[in-house]
Each structure stands twice: as C-alpha cells, then as structure tokens.
Write a protein that binds this ligand. Sequence first.
Ligand SMILES: [Zn+2]
Length: 69
Amino acid sequence: MGPVHYQINDVVELKKPHPCGNKLWIITRTGIDFGLKCQKCGHRVMIPRKTFERAVKRIVSSAAETPGP
Ligand SMILES: [Zn+2]
C-alpha cells in the first residue's frame, strides 16, 4: 500500500473504539498533528500523525469522493 492522503472531513474507523462505543471519527485538521472528532459524542482530540496512522483501521468515506453541500 502506498501513502494514504487524509483530508479534512474524511471519516475514518479506528482500531480501538472511543469510550462512548463509537469507532468512527471525522478528521478536523491535518498536518504534523491530526485533529479528530468523535462522530457519536463530538469529543475532539489532537494526536501526532504517526500515532493517527497506526490507529486507523480504514477510511470509511473520503471527503474528496463525496459531493458536499
Ligand atoms: Zn465518542
């Protein structure tokens, strides 16, 4: 697999669920640190890119492929 390009508003599934039981997170910021928002409870976190890449299981939906409003 090549490098994955993540974009703001992509929805990703993490390997470990949030304490609220949700595994889906929305990317709110990209860069050296990634910002994520829990899709269920709205909790926000900032984590280093490397940590984020290890934590991601799969991309659920890409903002680039979804025509937004
Ligand atoms: Zn949550």
